[in-house]
Design a protein around this ligand. Structure first.
Ligand SMILES: [Zn+2]
Length: 184
């Protein structure tokens, strides 16, 4: 549902990352309950490209990286569904009247994807997706927990005696290697 809701605007395409035996994904103890960590893969929207900038040698154990966002020319490409203007070669006036803002003007700080802005956007997306999920899981309540750099969810039963914590982190595929790096 998140994928569907984010489909038309120039926000990252989200999908569940397929990670085989990854260290990031899986169950972790969390106090009296358990938390499930899930990696969400971010892919560039139409007219944008992503460029991973890896951390320094000291930072690499944490496998973190920054994501630089660039606009790309789409003048000679046909959008599969509708007419789209080129962010690079149409005028600001044309773009303003006919097309949503680019990712650089929404979820970025400078040329980099801003993880805090992305988290806020994704939290809103998850809430909207939950409401639209039909039929709603019976006797199950979703709370989006405050979090700045990942999306943390709490699913509880009606009597609030059982709960499941889910932490969704953002990652980008590194080349064709099938490995994902966490965006920080
Ligand atoms: Zn162009």
């Amino acid at each position: 549902m998140c994928q569907k809701l984010s489909g038309k605007s120039f926000v990252p395409r989200v999908k569940r990352a397929a990670v085989a035996g990854g260290a990031v994904e899986g169950w972790t103890p969390a106090g009296n309950s358990a938390a499930y960590r899930q990696l969400i893969s971010l892919e560039p929207p139409w007219g944008h490209t992503f460029h991973l900038e890896l951390g320094t040698a000291e930072e690499m154990p944490a496998r973190t990286s920054r994501l630089r966002v660039e606009l790309e020319c789409t003048c000679t490409r046909q959008h599969p569904a509708e007419d789209m203007l080129c962010f690079l070669h149409h005028s600001r006036e044309q773009l303003r009247g006919n097309q949503g803002a680019s990712l650089l003007d929404t979820l970025c700080t400078g040329p980099y994807l801003d993880v805090e802005k992305t988290t806020s956007w994704f939290q809103i997306l998850v809430k909207a997706a939950w409401v639209m999920t039909q039929p709603l899981p019976r006797d199950c309540y979703l709370t989006v927990l405050p979090s700045r750099r990942s999306c943390r969810l709490r699913l509880a039963n009606a009597s609030n005696t059982q709960c499941l914590l889910i932490e969704m982190m953002f990652g980008v595929q590194h080349g064709d290697s099938g490995t994902f790096l966490i965006v920080t």
